[in-house]
Design a protein around this ligand. Structure first.
Ligand code: SAM
Ligand code: SF4
Length: 389
């Protein structure tokens, strides 16, 4: 493990505030109650980076992602200050992809322009649906007309790429409504599209007061229809929920799915960092006030055991349609395909996993039952010895 090259490094910057909390959302986000402490938060992020140099291990940052929460609540000037400060504290890779998540209810086209001028190369727009009753049911702060305007603005602002997030399998949604959402989003020709099936997450308002979702058969029909619509329009489904035109895959998320390293800055942000001793996971203090005051900025730090590494590797890499190569598995976990024969065998026998040359990937059946397959891998890896990574 220690002889493998260090994985590529990404930077994640968490902006934890939103205008309102959506009832389905379990991301670390807080409804904004007062003016945002932009200046203090920017200083805290840069101070955090200053003190995280050891985690970089001399590597350049290949991608940057402003996620949330709602990063588009920050001004163009604040995003410019962060990027300028990052550039003074770390080397950036060539053509560094810089993504920023935006909520259609928080922007106007001048703000998009300012993000672009600050250095953002890719905008990710959380549209969710273009059907007003569905947006109301999801507790969104914008309506379909505002979402249409935001999509047009994103397309015209000069970003190298932009993504549209849609959710499907929504309360009372019909197949025709889900298909109409995808077609309306495709009308602005986004280079990238993310299609997420609505999940009822524990500890959300939807978990406490569940909406009526389409039946399992209906949800499967909706999934088939939206996947087909994106495929017919020329988008490659390269990951469970991600579709892209040629040359526009999301480099930041690809680094997660290939089990690369990331340094997460900001309240509640998570990191995965490799050094000669192994892989460490860290979480920043989730409370923004404590994070800004630097009261124990790193809330937890844990070295992963090798069996955890294997499971986490599979959790990520099996989401990719192309799966993973023997070399990637060895570099990230220290194991060869042959070392883990007993882990794969039951999945091969049931046609859930396939292997071509030096690559392993899920079959169409395995993709459909990915959660169940991963649960089996978790149970199997938990019986392995708990040696350090
Ligand atoms: C961290 S959110 C950020 C986007 C931005 N805050 C917004 O909502 O406009 C990223 C995306 O995850 C998806 N998402 C969030 N919660 C989900 C859930 N419970 N089920 C499925 N997708 C979800 C949404 O499509 C959302 O745009
Ligand atoms: S705006 Fe986005 S991050 Fe905020 S609560 Fe809604 S889905 Fe979650």
């Amino acid at each position: 493990m220690s002889k493998a090259p260090l994985p590529p490094l990404s930077l994640y910057i968490h902006i934890p505030w939103c205008v309102a909390k959506c009832p389905y959302c379990d991301f670390h986000s807080l409804a904004q109650r007062a003016p945002l402490p932009e200046g203090s938060y920017v200083r805290a992020l840069l101070d955090d980076l200053e003190h995280s140099q050891e985690g970089l291990q001399g590597r350049a940052i290949d991608t940057i992602f402003f996620g949330g929460g709602t990063p588009s609540l920050f001004s163009g000037a604040a995003i410019a200050d962060i990027l300028e400060g990052v550039g003074r504290r770390a080397a950036l890779g060539n053509d560094c992809e810089i993504t920023l998540e935006a909520n259609p209810g928080t922007i106007d086209s001048s703000r998009f322009q300012a993000f672009c001028e600050a250095g953002v190369t890719r905008l990710s727009l959380g549209v969710q649906s273009l059907h007003d009753p569905a947006l109301r049911r999801l507790g969104r702060i914008h309506d379909a007309r505002t979402a249409h305007e935001a999509m047009e603005a994103a397309a015209g602002a000069g970003f190298r790429s932009f993504n549209i997030d849609l959710m499907y399998g929504l309360p009372d949604q019909t197949t025709a409504e889900a298909e109409a959402d995808v077609r309306a989003a495709l009308a602005v020709d986004p280079p990238h599209l993310s299609l997420y099936e609505l999940t009822i997450e524990a500890h959300t308002a939807f978990a406490h007061d569940p909406p009526t979702l389409p039946s399992e058969d209906e949800r499967m029909a909706i999934e088939e229809t939206v996947t087909q619509a994106a495929g017919d329009a020329g988008y490659d489904r390269y990951e469970v929920s991600a579709y892209a035109r040629a040359g526009y895959r999301c480099a930041h998320n690809l680094n997660y799915w290939r089990f690369g390293d990331y340094l997460g800055l900001g309240a509640g942000a998570h990191s995965k960092l490799t050094d000669a001793q192994g892989v460490t996971r860290m979480a920043r203090n989730a409370d923004p006030a404590a994070y800004m005051a630097d009261r124990g900025r790193i809330a937890s730090r844990r070295r992963l055991a090798r069996r955890e590494l294997i499971f986490e590797f599979l959790l990520n890499a099996l989401r990719l349609t192309e799966g993973f190569s023997q070399d990637l598995l060895r570099d990230r976990t220290g194991y060869d395909f042959t070392d883990l024969e007993s882990l794969w065998a039951p999945a091969f026998a049931r046609d859930l996993l396939g292997r071509e040359g030096d690559r392993m990937h899920t079959t169409p059946l395995g993709r459909r039952f990915l959660d169940a397959l991963l649960a089996e891998f978790l149970a199997a890896t938990e019986t392995m010895p708990a040696e350090a990574s």
